[in-house]
Design a protein around this ligand. Structure first.
Ligand SMILES: Cc1cc2nc3c(=O)[nH]c(=O)nc-3n(C[C@H](O)[C@H](O)[C@H](O)COP(=O)(O)O)c2cc1C
Length: 192
């Protein structure tokens, strides 16, 4: 198995982290990988916000406050999983650093904005694979916490920026296994 394939198959979303500091040189290599993602017309219309300490705590609180309300009432979450999810929701499993991947919004050009978001998502995947190679765990966080004005203020975003993902990053303290459906059942071959 080649190195890229190995990273793709073995990377897992990590929701429990050790408290150990993440060396800055590792973060720089992970950011470098993200920055080499493909983009529409090589626009590279992404940027990164790397946070730790108080900024991480504030963003975690946005998610935690939301989750305390949401998880207990969510009918589709099995009751026996709710306590674990609430624990994870306190601080995304304790990752000491977050990398937020931001994309540019192009006022009046929805197509360009959509491509900008797609390119940022490619950067997120590059970032997560490079983190795996560095021995670091990640998880792609989306939804309410990414849209919250509190989060946007903490990350000092302007009105032409949106969040593609908040990526907690740190040394994994779990090694989950997650299945995949068979690729053949998802593939249509035409002209073969
Ligand atoms: C667009 C996107 C949004 C996601 N949002 C969340 C999220 O908000 N919270 C979370 O814990 N995981 C989130 N995930 C991670 C998925 O749950 C995870 O990738 C999936 O369950 C497969 O597990 P794996 O990453 O370990 O292979 C997201 C993944 C993607 C691609």
């Amino acid at each position: 198995m080649g190195a890229v394939f190995e990273a793709i198959k073995n990377r897992r979303s990590i929701r429990k982290y050790k408290a150990d500091e993440v060396p800055k040189d590792k973060l720089l290599r992970v950011l470098e990988a993200a920055n080499w993602a493909p983009s529409n017309g090589n626009m590279q219309s992404w940027s990164f916000v790397v946070t730790k300490g108080e900024a991480v705590d504030k963003v975690c609180k946005v998610f935690s406050d939301f989750a305390q309300e949401y998880i207990p009432k969510a009918p589709y979450i099995p009751e026996d999983q709710k306590a674990g999810m609430l624990k994870y929701a306190e601080n995304f499993g304790g990752a000491p650093v977050h990398i937020t991947v931001v994309y540019d919004v192009f006022e009046g050009d929805d197509e360009k904005t959509e491509k900008s978001m797609q390119a940022a998502c490619a950067a997120v995947q590059n970032l997560m694979l490079a983190a795996w190679e560095e021995g670091l765990g990640t998880v792609w966080i989306s939804g309410h916490v990414c849209e919250s004005q509190i989060t946007r203020d903490v990350l000092d975003l302007n009105e032409t920026q949106e969040i593609a993902a908040i990526v907690p990053i740190g040394y994994p303290d779990e090694s989950p296994s997650v299945p995949r459906e068979d690729v053949q059942s998802k593939t249509k071959w035409i002209g073969f």
